[in-house]
Ligand binder design. Structure first.
Ligand code: THU
Length: 141
């Protein structure tokens, strides 16, 4: 399905486009669900990711975590925005494990769940993971 940009706010289009493009690289022979993600870091950099599944199932990594790990491996540890795209309706939100990883690097993060039809829902990270366990509980940051 071709993605629709019409309903995506102009400011988010680069993030959306990157997530849609990254989704094409999804390695998902087991679930058959292609997921793309894109994140923005505090310096304005964008990083894309896709889900990378594994025959052990447990070794599967979600698109959001791939994007965050790419950013961290490039020295960018402050995530301000996360956008996820699937072909699902309603759009898929980040799973629990991804929320925990976002919590590690979130900088007042905003979460956008989207699909290829251009549906988009935006919320603050705190809304989908209130009272998160974060580095601050270990006296860090
Ligand atoms: N998946 C993601 O990549 N991100 C999410 O937020 C939800 C789930 C992937 C994991 C697995 O490859 C497939 O979607 C089905 O769960």
């Amino acid at each position: 399905m071709k993605s629709s940009l019409k309903s995506i706010p102009a400011r988010l289009r680069p993030l959306y486009r990157l997530a849609v493009k990254s989704r094409l690289n999804s390695y998902s022979p087991y679930s058959g669900h292609r997921v793309g993600a894109a994140i923005r870091t505090s310096d304005g950099s964008l990083f894309g990711g896709c889900n990378v599944e594994n025959s052990s199932y447990g070794g599967t990594v979600c698109a959001e975590r791939v994007a965050i790990q790419k950013a961290v491996s490039e020295g960018k540890t402050r995530v301000t925005e996360v956008l996820v795209v699937t072909d699902a309706t309603p759009p898929w939100p980040p799973c629990g494990m991804c929320r925990q990883v976002i919590a590690e690097f979130a900088e007042n993060a905003v979460i956008h769940t989207t699909n290829l039809k251009g549906m988009i829902e935006t919320c603050r990270f705190e809304d989908i993971m209130p009272r998160a366990f974060t580095p601050s509980h270990l006296g860090k940051k």
